[in-house]
Design a protein around this ligand. Structure first.
Ligand code: ATP
Length: 401
């Protein structure tokens, strides 16, 4: 019915991009993008009204998001020719606006479109031989100035190549090498490089992409001394193992996967260098503390655990409870000590869930005078429970008596 709405308004409507690509790759993709020839915002408003959906519009870009009552979202964009400046040496050929919209995209495999208008519903549009490249499993840019126009596409090329098990086409690989030689990245802000790196580190298995970034000499844009050493690669693989373990056990615990990998990636650097990298990335300060402070404390804690294990659960709890999930996962991945890893995994699966049920008011009821002693008593009760000396609520009450 999106097509019918477009028909009524006299607009062309197409499903485009990753969604269509992933249909051909048998991959699930729930991000639907629609491009409208005409006025995308007007289309989105009409369509949302019909569907009783909410809508966010971005007038400046001619885009909108339609949010259905069940939370499902569709992105709507307007195909507009006038916003496109042709790279200087390309012939200024006539193109329909959908064709031009697709021509502005990063790679051929992302240029498929499906017509949504009623009379041509379901017709596949493939201006740039995307189906052929999907079959041949290659990542190709659409024209030779693509990386000059937008160097972040180089990181995207690696990300898609590794995600789909494709390979970057010969000409495209040559153009990447050229772009690196010409130092196009120096024009790119640290923030944009960080943004691309973060997306790579969010992929299911980022390890081969790090090797690829090295092949194209891109790691230097993170830091000149960064190399895919055997240690770094094996730590990356260890992160994947730990994250798989975590995700099986704690399905709905959310965490920043990229942050765990980035801690490992920056592990070789001293705090000053790490700080400088985070600054250049224009990383929000709520993230900077993870890399510049917490991860160093995590390493210190690993050292401490190695020297002091075995220790009672309550001590492990006190040491580990200050860390966020990301840092704990980092610690589990980088330690080479089996006992230390066990202690952290025991904290994860058991200790951190432990809590006592008695409160200050329970202490008041049995006649303890309020004061700092409350904290001490409750802490002692928690310790006793962590160490398995008490179990039930009545144990707790007996304990504090
Ligand atoms: P993902 O599964 O990672 O979301 P996607 O293909 O949907 O993959 P997005 O980053 O969401 O990727 O981008 C949506 C579409 O916008 C892509 O299909 C791509 O064609 C286009 N696009 C995104 N970034 C660029 C860019 N830097 N240059 C050109 N086109 C881009």
């Amino acid at each position: 019915s999106a097509g019918q709405v477009a028909d009524q308004l006299g607009f062309g409507a197409y499903a485009v991009g990753g969604f269509v690509r992933d249909l051909f790759l048998y991959r699930v993709n729930e991000d639907i993008d629609i491009v409208i020839e005409g006025n995308g915002i007007e289309f989105a408003k009409t369509y949302a009204r019909l569907k009783k959906a909410r809508i966010h519009t971005y007038e400046k870009f001619g885009t909108a998001v339609v949010i259905f009552p069940d939370g499902f979202k569709i992105d709507i964009a307007t195909a507009r020719m006038e916003y496109y400046r042709f790279p200087a040496d390309l012939p200024n050929v006539e193109m329909s606006s959908i064709k031009l919209d697709l021509f502005r995209r990063d790679f051929t495999i992302n240029t498929l479109a499906v017509q949504l208008n009623a009379v041509k519903f379901g017709i596949l549009i493939d201006f740039f031989a995307a189906q052929k490249d999907l079959k041949e499993k290659v990542i190709r840019i659409l024209h030779n100035l693509s990386f000059v126009e937008d160097p972040t596409r180089i990181f995207r090329a690696i990300r898609f190549e590794q995600r789909f098990g494709f390979s970057i086409g010969k000409l495209t690989a040559g153009l990447i090498k050229n772009a690196v030689k010409m130092d196009l990245f120096n024009k790119l802000s640290g923030r944009r490089i960080f943004n691309e790196l973060r997306q790579i580190l969010e992929e299911a298995d980022p390890t081969p992409a790090v090797q690829r970034m090295h092949d194209f000499d891109l790691l230097k844009y993170i830091h000149p001394e960064l190399k895919p050493s055997a240690k770094l690669l094996s730590n990356f693989q260890a992160v994947k193992k730990v994250l798989d373990w975590h995700d099986l056990l704690f399905l709905d615990e959310e965490y920043l996967q990229w942050a765990v990998y980035l801690m490992v990636m920056l592990r070789q650097f001293k705090p000053d260098t790490t700080r400088a990298i985070c600054e250049r990335f224009e990383m929000a300060s709520r993230y900077q503390v993870i890399f510049c402070e917490e991860r160093y404390r995590g390493d210190q804690c690993l050292f401490w655990l190695r020297r002091n294990l075995p220790i009672e659960n309550s001590k492990i709890y006190r040491e580990l409870s200050e860390f966020r999930v990301e840092v704990l996962l980092y610690m589990m991945a980088v330690t080479r000590n089996e006992a230390v890893r066990k202690a952290i995994s025991n904290y994860f699966t058991q200790l951190r869930q432990v809590a006592i049920s008695i409160r200050g008011k329970d202490l008041q009821r049995i006649g303890v005078k309020p004061g700092p002693v409350y904290r001490e008593i409750l802490d002692a009760a928690l310790n006793a429970k962590l160490n398995g000396r008490i179990k039930t609520r009545s144990d707790e009450l007996n304990f504090v008596r």
